[in-house]
Design a protein. Structure first.
Length: 317
């Protein structure tokens, strides 16, 4: 893992150095991701389809089995813009969980754009006598170790958001891990587990039917995905924020003209009302921004959540 968390000029070549490159794109472009049929795949395909016509080439989504394999392919690709990576925070947080990764998230990737983000909802089983975050914290403090929380994949936002909450509040609440976010739902609905930090798309219908109770949303500001819910930060934990984010990377040292072209085209796509609505209906919000802003987000998250991972003693299982 890189010692200094900083994307430098080595990640993307200068404008001058890019002046001699052939017209881009001159052939099909591959967007590597993982999780066929999942959230990464869904948004990657929206981007691939949306920028193909304006740029006059096919953008082909290449699904791999894991974040590690997707990251390795991109890290070792020729830095010419024909291999891109679409992935979320797993790709830059994995170095905190394991030491033998075949890529370095700072050294080997050049940020293109932060495409989408999604907060989680803090939900509880209705049998739990709480309706607010403050009441949940008070109950957990009154009964140390009696409450538990469910999460899917180790290191996902559903897990790290809960760990950040636990560390911030100082409560003693037991982690019950599941293989995926969906596999925890039956136990959550039955009351076998008490609390979860779940994507809005996964639990919205259960909240609406009264089978689960939503207390707050984990974004720093109120979210269009849950417009009637307060934030955790506004519910007594100032500064709390936990989001699942996904974005596009190129291989480090890809010419900046290519980085900027891709950023502009994806930003144009994400600004379209129909695309924003389509993304919102799938459970994510369009973001956008510059490559530099995306790089700054990655650096910030590696520092902030890296500390959570270390403080909680988390390792890949």
């Amino acid at each position: 893992m890189a010692g200094a968390l900083a994307f430098t000029s080595e990640n993307a070549c200068s404008q001058t150095g890019a002046a001699t490159i052939p017209s881009y794109p001159g052939k099909p472009v591959r967007i590597v991701t993982a999780g066929a049929g999942g959230g990464n795949d869904f948004v990657a395909r929206i981007i691939a389809q949306g920028i193909a016509a304006p740029l006059g080439q096919q953008f082909i989504v290449d699904n791999r089995t894991t974040a590690v394999s997707a990251g390795e392919i991109t890290a070792k690709a020729v830095p010419d813009g024909y291999t891109l990576l679409y992935y979320g925070s797993n790709i830059w947080l994995l170095p905190f969980f394991r030491s033998n990764l075949p890529y370095d998230p700072v050294r080997d990737f050049a940020p293109v754009i932060l495409a989408v983000s999604s907060p989680n909802l803090v939900v509880v089983h209705p049998s739990l006598p709480v309706s607010t975050i403050k009441e949940l914290v008070a109950l957990a403090r009154a009964q140390p170790g009696a409450l538990n929380y469910a999460s899917g994949t180790i290191g996902a936002s559903t897990h790290l958001g809960a760990e950040l909450f636990r560390i911030t509040t100082g409560i003693n609440i037991v982690h019950v891990p599941y293989k995926s976010g969906s596999s925890q739902i039956p136990d959550l609905l039955s009351g076998r587990v008490h609390v979860a930090f779940s994507p809005a798309a996964s639990v919205a219908s259960y909240v609406k039917s009264g089978k689960l109770r939503a207390l707050a949303v984990t974004s720093s500001r109120q979210s269009a995905l849950a417009p009637n819910l307060p934030t955790v930060a506004a519910s007594g934990l100032p500064g709390y924020e936990s989001m699942a984010t996904q974005g596009v990377f190129a291989t480090a040292r890809t010419p900046s003209t290519i980085i900027n072209l891709l950023n502009q085209e994806i930003l144009r796509l994400l600004s379209q009302p129909d695309i924003r609505e389509k993304l919102l209906n799938s459970g994510v919000e369009a973001v956008g921004g510059t490559p530099e802003q995306f790089g700054a987000t990655v650096q910030s998250e590696m520092v902030r959540l890296g500390k959570v991972i270390k403080d909680a003693g988390l390792r890949e299982q």
